[in-house]
Design a binder for this molecule. Structure first.
Ligand code: AKB
Length: 313
């Protein structure tokens, strides 16, 4: 992997991924794209292209000009947004993925796209969820993710495209706030803790979900993409998680730094329903064994860095 084009580069993952890839592979070797121009100072004025992932012709045009060896397809609607407009979610999530896979096939590109813990459903084992298990999600986002995993496997087996992916848990970052996800409370809580000293959670008290700090997520993408393909038995997509947490656990950790922090609840039935259909804690053993997934941040360490970084902003 030496020259990379990214779709959805202004999203929560895409923003930090772009910065990290530029640092590692050189600014001239990374082309971020998104449907709108960047507002972030770090991305302004640098190579950047407008791309609606539904436009396959434009995607191929950019690839033929930039000549990357890898495409990272990050553009997607998250779970709560997808549930509000399922037809549109299908168009963006599946239409965009198909276009990106076709581009990878035609131009012989390595391919990465994230799946999610949303690819699991209520009949999946909730604890220690295995790599290979029942996947019958009950959300449009989940349906998109399972179909996406299968489509990536198909492109790998049928056309030899080097597709790779992970099932991301909720990702926590201070650089860019997420939008439209079920796990977003775990980011908002840190910003609100410093802004107002209190937070009202839309997710219930003892609802556990998998989470990971963004630095670990970006490292995981790079490590997986650089792994020797001979090591990979599974591809689309690997379970990866660093912690299984609920709002009370995050609040207790925040109180070690802000003792008066207050947490109350106004549970949103839609997002709570989605959260309850997902696993409590997935098993990342295969990612560790096959390509050395090794997250460095637990809840304690992540809370420290999140609060410090937001305070410094
Ligand atoms: C969401 O909540 O939709 C995402 C995810 C877990 O895929 N953060």
């Amino acid at each position: 992997m030496e020259r990379i084009i990214i779709t959805g580069a202004l999203g929560q993952i895409g923003t930090e991924l772009t910065l990290k890839l530029r640092e590692k592979y050189g600014e001239e070797n990374v082309l971020p794209t998104d449907i709108k121009p960047p507002e972030d100072e770090n991305l302004k004025g640098k190579p950047f292209e407008i791309l609606d992932v539904r436009d396959q012709e434009r995607m191929k045009e950019l690839v033929s000009e930039f000549k990357p060896d890898t495409i990272m397809h990050m553009a997607a609607l998250l779970s709560a947004t997808a549930e509000k407009n399922p037809q549109f979610a299908w168009e963006i999530n599946m239409g965009g993925l198909m276009n990106a896979l076709e581009t990878a096939r035609e131009f012989d590109l390595k391919f990465f796209t994230p799946s999610s813990i949303g690819a699991f459903g209520p009949s999946t084992p909730k604890e220690n969820t295995p790599q290979v298990t029942i996947q019958r999600p009950t959300t449009m986002y989940g349906v998109n993710k399972v179909a996406g995993e299968l489509l990536c496997d198909y492109y790998h087996e049928k056309f030899g495209v080097d597709t790779r992916g992970v099932r991301f848990p909720g990702l926590i970052s201070h650089v860019k706030e997420p939008g439209g996800g079920t796990t977003d409370y775990a980011v908002e809580i840190y910003f609100e803790a410093l802004r107002s000293g209190r937070y009202t959670s839309f997710i219930g008290k003892s609802t556990n979900m998998d989470m990971m700090y963004m630095d670990d997520a970006i490292d995981a993408i790079i490590k997986l993409m650089e792994a020797d393909p001979a090591q990979l038995t599974d591809r689309n997509a690997f379970n990866v998680s660093a912690m299984s947490i609920n709002p009370e656990m995050v609040a207790n950790e925040i109180r070690k730094h802000i003792p008066d922090f207050e947490l109350d609840y106004d549970v949103d039935p839609v997002r709570q329903g989605i959260a309850e259909s997902w696993p409590n804690a997935i098993d990342s053993t295969e990612a560790k064994r096959q390509w050395g997934f090794d997250p460095r941040y637990d809840l304690e360490k992540m809370t420290e860095v999140m609060l410090e970084a937001i305070r410094n902003k």
